[in-house]
Design a protein around this ligand. Structure first.
Ligand SMILES: [Zn+2]
Length: 144
């Protein structure tokens, strides 16, 4: 049973691969949340995974970009907490489109020239988790 004590309303990200919690913390921009508590638990014991990381974020689910999270690792469990209870578990999936999460590395891509353009990638192949740049089709394979 996940210990959610001290969290009246919030989100618990469970089953994060051990060692990945800080990456996720920064990718989700949790360092920019100034008025809610964030707790990171590293190397928690897990029956399923051996060791895992957990992130607890106080406040509404809107604080978390589920597309970004789904892109990073869709095996993470998202628990929504209300009144000290888990009220909902959300399943993550690979997002169809991601904006400003990864950057196109093609030097001839328009995003290299026009700095203000958002970096938009779309899911080109779900099996291999391959994304392609919306502008130049440059491939971005997820390293696993
Ligand atoms: Zn590109």
């Amino acid at each position: 049973m996940l210990n959610i004590s001290g969290l009246q309303e919030g989100v618990v990200l469970d089953h994060i691969q051990a060692g990945k919690s800080l990456d996720i913390y920064y990718h989700l921009g949790l360092d920019r949340l100034t008025d809610c508590q964030v707790a990171i638990i590293k190397n928690a014991r897990s029956n399923k995974m051996g060791r895992k990381d957990i992130i607890k974020v106080e406040g509404p689910i809107d604080n978390i970009d589920l597309d970004v999270l789904g892109y990073i690792d869709h095996n993470i469990t998202v628990n929504v907490i209300r009144d000290n209870k888990i009220t909902e578990k959300k399943a993550l999936k690979l997002p169809k489109k991601i904006t400003n999460v990864i950057r196109c590395k093609n030097p001839r891509c328009i995003t290299s020239i026009e700095q203000e353009l958002p970096h938009i990638f779309y899911l080109a192949d779900e099996k291999t988790e391959t994304y392609r740049c919306m502008y130049c089709e440059e491939k971005y394979g997820k390293s696993k």
